[in-house]
Every structure is written in structure tokens, then in C-alpha cells.
Design a binder for this molecule. Sequence first.
Ligand code: ADP
Ligand code: ZN
Length: 746
Amino acid sequence: MASSSLSKPDPRRKPPSTGTRVSVLVPLPFPGPLDYLAPMLLEPGDLVTVPLGRRETVGCVWETDRTLPADFALPVGRELLLERLRPVVGKLDVRPLPQSLRRFIDWVAAYTLTPPGLVLAMATRIHLKDAPKPTLGWVRTEAPEGDLRITPARRSVLNFASSTPMSTAELGDRSGASAAVIRGLATAGLLREAVIAPAAPFGLPDPAHGAPKLSEEQAEVAQELCSPVEAGRFQVTLLEGVTGSGKTEVYFEAVAACLAKGKQVLVLLPEIALSAQWTDRFIRRFGAEPAVWHSDLGAKRRRETWRAVAEGSARVVVGARSALFLPFADLGLVVVDEEHESAFKQEEGVMYHGRDMAVVRARLADAPAILVSATPSLETLANVESGRYRHELLTARHGGATLPDVSLVDMRSDPPERGLFLSPKLCTAIDETLEKGEQAMLFLNRRGYAPLTLCRACGHRMQCPNCSAWLVEHRARGILTCHHCGHNERIPKDCPECHAENSLVPIGPGIERITEEAKLRFPEAKLLVMSSDTLGSPAATAEAVRKISDGEVNLIIGTQIVAKGWHFPKLTLVGVVDADLGLGGGDLRAAERTVQLLHQVAGRAGRAEHRGRVLLQSYVGEHPVMTALVSNDFQTFMEQEAEQRRPSFWPPYGRLAALIVSAPSADAADALAREIALSAPEREGVQVLGPAPAPLAVLRGRHRRRLLLRTMRGIAVQPILRQWLGDIKPTGGAKVDIDIDPISFL
Ligand code: ADP
Ligand code: ZN
């Protein structure tokens, strides 16, 4: 522990008997804050070190002002009670967590039914105790030169030294003198050490730097987005617009308005891979870098960024959902880009939806929020319909670029050759595109070589030993792997079941297999594969994006990473290898998500002067999802979706919570699920579905059962769950996880 950052109380001084009690929230799963004695002046939000058992932990002062009343009598004497409280050890040298963040932490905890300490942990997970070491430099003192012999080197140093501290290296460089000369002058009292103020790690974005000339429509929408920013008033606006219509350019105007007010901006992106291209655009528009926040940042950069956000010197933060928990000094605007993305939902630990919590964060900070999408979620559209959110629409692509022409390849009448996956129609289109010197992209949202491996002789399917899931072949690495638990094994030569030789065959395509096919079919093409297996870091993604933008490649093959908001001017053809892929599984949002994803992939085509083309390979061409994509009629599709969900109160017309029961054995999971089901709430407007085995009935060796709690919109699920599960005490390694507003039903 760096004691320099702690103002330690004097241990010899007894805590005053009239001391104050403070509650301190610690980053652990207690039901609430713990009480401590404050031997120093503490404010709510102060980060402090407190003893906990035999350890110490960093916590946050949640309340003060709880001086025990003079008539406090029971159950023990006042003196005794204070004696029993353990004192706070010290206060960290950082800004207190602002009230809006503390209220947000309480809100998220209550909404997700998580102990508040675990939510606090997301805000303080950095090592704040390692305060940045001050850098020291030299300043000229008032002391007279006296009878010190002033050599030319000394003279030079004294000429350059001033009241602004300069490091030994800098002063040496300027004066041409050695470090020994400088030290000598310090010993003589003519120079003194002083702290060099750290350079602000983040530049100051300039609202006027690269302001574009907006179209009339863009300007009107921008004005609507700016006015709540200027008024400093909470207000949620959905910014909807076709891909390439300038949504980013337009919300940048609201960012500029917020900067002009001197307030901070938070922009959430669904994936950190997008932050590099976003940052480039931001620099072009504002002439300075934004602060980037995500889990891949190094520890030092995290600390710097955290502090800069707390001090207000980081003006614009772009980041993943965890950026919601940064201690903004003065938040004036929250933007959620690609708001429909399910990647905003955190599925582990504290299960929260980044978009929904962004709206809460904005409300608690009295700041407006902008939700941005070409294909808004039904949740957001329902909020627009009910009047809670405002709606701004951009109807045209910028600069006259037209929307791509989307058509179907019916795989029943126009199938690929046996054992292949690219239809003749799609191949011809790729040939034409490459011949014209343009770029084509193949999209398949599935990693690896093949999603299933089976034995030709006995039909045995290669399955994960820990999960109810098939093993996915990754041929390049020579392994079969489980995408749920990470289990790996070498690809066996013979069937492990019937021992038939060389009998295992891959079934279905993954992106590796499509790449193999494309290499054979388009030997001249310059190929680039984009998937999480080939792009390990944001830097690798940025490099891939550069290669595409610079035209170093002309055939791009990718998983969902290619669907993101990239702007590739030379890309004119997008081929969706399996448009039906997301439709299986009976997930509530399967159709909605498929439309959103494929529309977004399609939107990569023809973003500049050349018209784009999109081909969807499908076996179910008559499906409403395909109709919506081909006719580019997203609205009718969403209306149909709404009509399906409304009558039976599926979200967003009702509320949903998932209970996931898991245990080391199937029997234990069943027993706990039954116990929970027996005490299920019975009342009007509340329904419990299940228990049923989860689709992933076994995950990482744990057996899983699911229940769903569904209520009519006006009925909150949290009080029901609290009461229902309050008395359930799982034993023997069993547990129940609660997922409010579930997105995944696996
Ligand atoms: P979206 O976010 O809706 O996909 P973008 O904001 O990325 O759209 O805009 C698409 C492209 O058009 C970008 O290259 C952007 O810089 C450009 N663009 C949009 N509006 C303007 C404008 N008013 N002036 C200049 N360029 C613009
Ligand atoms: Zn597994």
C-alpha cells in the first residue's frame, strides 16, 4: 500500500467518544453498507480504507451525519457501541464518488437484485491506492548567490531555472550543464525541488474544429438533439436513420453543444472493436482524442482515465458499457450508439442492460440521452409510442448514396454444388464485383470450420463433456472446441464411439470453411478474414479496417464483427451465406435480432458513389424477416412483431425475469427448481413458466433449470422476486441466478 496516498489518523489519539458513525459500502456481497467509526472528517463519496476481518479493503462512504443521538440508549451503552465499531484506516487521495454515481449504483443494485457492493466494485475495480507518483523538478529559490563561485555552467543553469519546475533532464538539456552541476546548486540552496504539474492526459476537443455542413434535414434533427443539452434537462431521444444517413455526424453536434457548455459526454458503443474507427472520426471532427474506456486498457491508463473523468479533464469518454460506472464530475450528455445491440447486455456477474442503465444514468445526472440506431429495438420503439422518448428520423443517405438493392437467393431452387455453400448466383456476383475493381464481403455469423462433427458410420456426434453443446471444429488449430466453456480436444482420426477409421465428417459451414471454399473459387482475390479468432485486439481490428479502406484486399469474409458501423466506400457487394442462421432456437427476439443484424450487414454495401448489392442465401424466402429485408420495410416488420408480443405481455409489453437454477447434479437442480416452483407467487397479472431444463441443460458441468416470471407491464418484478426467493436457501453448491429483462434464453 502506498502510504503516501493515505492520510492516516494518529494511532496514539483515541477516537473521540463523541465520534461519528459512517456507513461504508465495501465491494463485497453484503446486503448493504457497513458501519465504521470516523476518526477524521469524511464526506459521502469519499473512498476510504477500512478493516474487514483480518484484511483491509477500499470502500466508499455511503452516508455520514449519523452522529449518535445523545439519548441513544439501547441495546448497549453509547460508549460501548462506539467502542465496538472499528475505525476507518485512512482516506484515499482521489475525488469522492459523485452523488449521481452513488445513486446510480444503488439504483442498479435494486433493479438487478444485486448486493450494492458488487455494483460498487464495477466503479472502483481499478487500483486507486496506487496514487500517481508526483514528478519532481527544479525551481529557482529566492536565495542570493552569496559567495558561491558561479562557473559558466552554473550561470547557464540559473539563467534557465525559473519558478516553473523543470526536470533535471530538461534543465540539463536547455542549459547544457550536467546533473551534478544542478545538484550542486540545489545543495547550495539556489535551486529547490518542486512537483511538476502532470500534463493533462486528454486533449481538449474543440466543438468548432471540423464542423460539417449539414443537410437541411440533418440540421433540423441536430437542433432537436442540442436543445435538451443546452437546457441541461433529462430527455431521451431515439435518433433513427438508415445506415449512412449521418447519424454519427448529427449526434456529434449534440456532443459539440455539450462541450460548449463545459460538460462531459459519455458515448457507449456495443463493442470495443469499434472504438478505433470511432476515435478517428472524433479526432477529425473535434481535433482531439476522446478518452477510451474498456476492459482491455492497461492498468496505468485505466487509473489515469478514471482520475481524469473524476476531475473533469477527460471531456468525452467513448467506451463499452462499463464506462457507465465512471465517476463523471459533470455529465451533460449520454449517447448509446447502435442501441439495439444485444451486446449491451452483460450476461455475467451483475446482469444489466447497458442501454437501459444508460438512460437511468442520464436521468440521475439530469442529462439528456440519445439512443442511435438504423433498426431500433422494439423496447425503444414502444417507449417512443408511449410518449416517453422523442423520435428523430434521418430519411436519406448522405451525399445522395442510395440504399443497397437487397435480393434473395432461394437455396431450394438455386443450390450450391454438393458439399459447397456458395450458390452459383452469389459466386457470379462476386466475380462481377471483383472484375470492376470493387470490394465484396461474405458474412456468416459462425466461427470455426464446422458447427458439428459426426461419424459417417455410426452417427455419433462429437459433444462437449461439460455442456449440452456440440463441439465446433477449428481446423486451423486442429481442435474441436466448446464455445460455451472453452473445452478443447484434438480432432480424433477415428470415431471415439464405433472406432471406424477416418469416419468423422464436418457438417455445415463456419467461417473457416467458407474461406477455404472462397480460396478455391476465387484464387485471384485478395482475401481478408475478420472474426474474433483472427482479430485479437482493437489494434488488429483497426489494421484490418485500414486494409479494407485502403483497398489492399477485395474479398472480406467475416462474422458479426463486419456488421458493425464500418464505413467502407469501395464495398459494393455483401453476400449473406446463411440468412436463416439466427431464426432457430425459439428465442423471443430471434426474428427481430436477425432483421437488425442482417440490415446492418447490408448497410455496409454501397455507402459511397457506387450502388450496393446484397444477396441473402435462404431456404425460407417467404419468412417475414426476408420480406422485411428485401422490401427494406423495417416498420411493417416491427409492427408485426409488436402485435405478436402485445396480447400475451411479452416484453416490451410486460416484464420478464429469468431464474436460472444450477447445481452440480441433475437431482439437486431439480430439487431446488421444484422448491422454488412450489412457492411461486399467485396473483392477477403474474405468471410463472417452468421449471424446464435450460436449452443449455448442462453448462461447465453444472445442471441448469430455468423458470420465467412474466408480469403485466404495470407490475414490477423486483418486489415479487424478493419476497418469493427470500426464504429459499440453496444448499450443496446449488444456486439461483436472477436475470431481469433477459436477452439470452440459453
Ligand atoms: P450513420 O452513422 O448514419 O451510418 P455517418 O454519420 O457514418 O452515418 O455518415 C456516413 C458518411 O457520410 C460518413 O462518412 C460521414 O462523414 C458522411 N457525412 C454524413 N453527413 C455529412 C455531412 N453533412 N457532411 C459531410 N459528410 C457527411
Ligand atoms: Zn462446454
